[in-house]
Ligand binder design. Structure first.
Ligand code: FAD
Length: 438
């Protein structure tokens, strides 16, 4: 009997997971040196940092989605559809929930998959910290469906306001974004641009400067609290020029059908509320199979990315709490970190299969970039080469921002497709609508 190849199961095909299985499939799966399986609760992948552009309507989902089955076919791996619901560490099995289609018909039953090495990369969800009314009245930007739902509501709000004979109600055409981290700040600038473009498509009874109001609400004393102060000041100055209303030091106590209430008692009317404050790992991870988790449900891992209580189970990306030696706290939940971890793990899992010890991973912080729509990009570059922390803004910063996504595409498709796609986009750019209208 031929020996069964080592079974690597990766749960979660996001910014980190899909890069990892693609690399492993190319190197091991195709050569039958390992059996590589990806499990995800969705059928398609979208790189999460694009969600605010989908929500604002400046990007078309169909152009950027990747079908897991097709990716699996081309890169020597297997894709299995379904959400992780349990792990049996004794039998080395993961349990996956049944999958139902949009009409509620069952597509796949509850199933179990065996592993020799398991990697958990199921990302994070927004953390509403139990704030009243968030679940019922606010939209989170966690999935492509939510981003599309927000966009549809935005377009409908503009069409409704244009068509109604009576004056606008106080909350109409007002958007409240709660959380001024990178996601909220980028969304505010992007929405400023796309709402103007939307109105220009004939909704001439709306005066964008007078009628559309975007509020960015942050509990901390400044926007982009996790980033250097200079960066935060530059972004705040730009938002001010765009007349985005920035409320800092303003914790939210409740979200209602008509707007947002702040701890100070002030009410901000809004018909569209986006919750973009804080993250936590999915609740299902809390103490899963006796593994160690922190207060945010993240799996506690060592610097080798192995979970603290089981060397055969790795975790990375937003759902993992990974030490960051020499720094306060853990590695931040960023696409940049997930990308670096996936490259590291792809090499280390090959060593593990060969019976060699896995090496430690160190996060290299290259800085942060915040895209403010077409208006500007601000950021800082970090590293020994540039001698510390360099503030950047404008065209060069924009180019660096785009390069993050290009690196993701490169990991998934290789150089030829990335170059050809870039050329095709440059050629067809002028013929595409500047804002999605549905
Ligand atoms: C709007 C927005 C903008 C952002 N912008 C930036 C940015 O500019 N720069 C930056 O560095 N970072 C940015 N981030 C953060 C970045 O997107 C995340 O850090 C990154 O996506 C984390 O990658 P991941 O692989 O851990 O998880 P994800 O990319 O979230 O992928 C998780 C995957 O797991 C799947 N999954 C979830 N639950 C289950 C389950 N139970 N079973 C099976 N599969 C499951 C999901 O379907 C998904 O495919 C942004 C995030 C958002 C929301």
């Amino acid at each position: 009997m031929p020996e069964q190849p080592h079974r690597i199961v990766v749960v979660g095909g996001g910014a980190g997971g899909l890069e990892l299985v693609t690399r492993l499939g190319n190197k091991l799966g195709r050569r039958r040196k390992a059996q590589v399986t990806l499990i995800d609760k969705r059928r398609t992948h979208l790189w999460k940092p694009l969600l605010h552009e989908i929500a604002a309507g400046s990007m078309d989902l169909g152009t950027h989605e990747i079908d897991y089955l097709a990716q699996a076919h081309w890169h020597g791996l297997t894709f299995r559809l379904g959400g992780l619901i349990g792990i049996d560490r004794g039998r080395r099995q993961v349990r996956v929930a049944p999958y139902y289609d949009a009409e509620g018909r069952q597509v796949t039953p509850e199933r179990e998959f065996g592993y020799d090495t398991l990697v958990i990369a199921i990302g994070s969800l927004t953390n509403d910290f139990g704030t009243r009314g968030v679940k019922a009245h606010a939209i989170a930007l966690e999935t492509a469906d939510q981003a599309e739902r927000f966009h549809t509501r935005l377009v409908n709000a503009c069409i409704r306001a244009h068509a109604q004979p009576e004056p606008l109600r106080p909350e109409q055409l007002q958007v409240a974004i709660i959380g001024a981290g990178a996601t909220g700040t980028e969304l505010a600038a992007e929405l400023h641009k796309t709402t103007r473009q939307l109105v220009a498509y004939g909704l001439d009874r709306i005066d964008p400067d007078k009628d559309i109001k975007i509020h960015l609400i942050e509990a901390a004393p400044r926007i982009l609290p996790a980033l250097p102060e200079r960066l935060s000041k530059a972004a705040a100055a730009l938002l001010e020029r765009l007349k985005v209303r920035v409320h800092t030091g303003a914790p939210v106590t409740e979200v209602t059908a008509h707007g947002v209430t702040l701890a100070s008692g002030v009410s901000i009317p809004a018909e569209l509320v986006v919750w973009a404050a804080g993250i936590k790992a999915p609740d299902l991870l809390k103490d899963i199979a006796g593994l160690e988790t922190n207060a945010l449900n993240q799996l506690v891992v060592r610097t080798t990315l192995q979970t603290s209580r089981d060397e055969a189970i790795f975790a990375f990306g937003d759902c993992a709490a990974c030490p960051w030696p020499g720094h306060q706290g853990i590695v931040p939940p960023r696409a940049q970190a997930a990308h670096q971890q996936s490259s590291h793990l792809a090499k280390q899992l090959r060593r593990r299969i060969a019976g060699m010890p896995v090496r430690e991973w160190r996060y290299r912080d290259f800085g942060s970039l915040v895209s403010l729509g077409d208006y500007s990009t601000v950021g800082n570059l970090m590293g020994k080469l540039i001698g510390g922390n360099l503030f950047i803004e404008g065209w060069f910063a924009g180019l660096m921002y785009k390069s993050l996504y290009k690196m993701h595409q490169y990991a998934l498709h290789g150089p030829t497709k990335v170059v050809l796609d870039t050329i095709a986009r440059l050629i067809t750019r002028r013929t595409e609508p500047v804002v999605k209208l549905h």
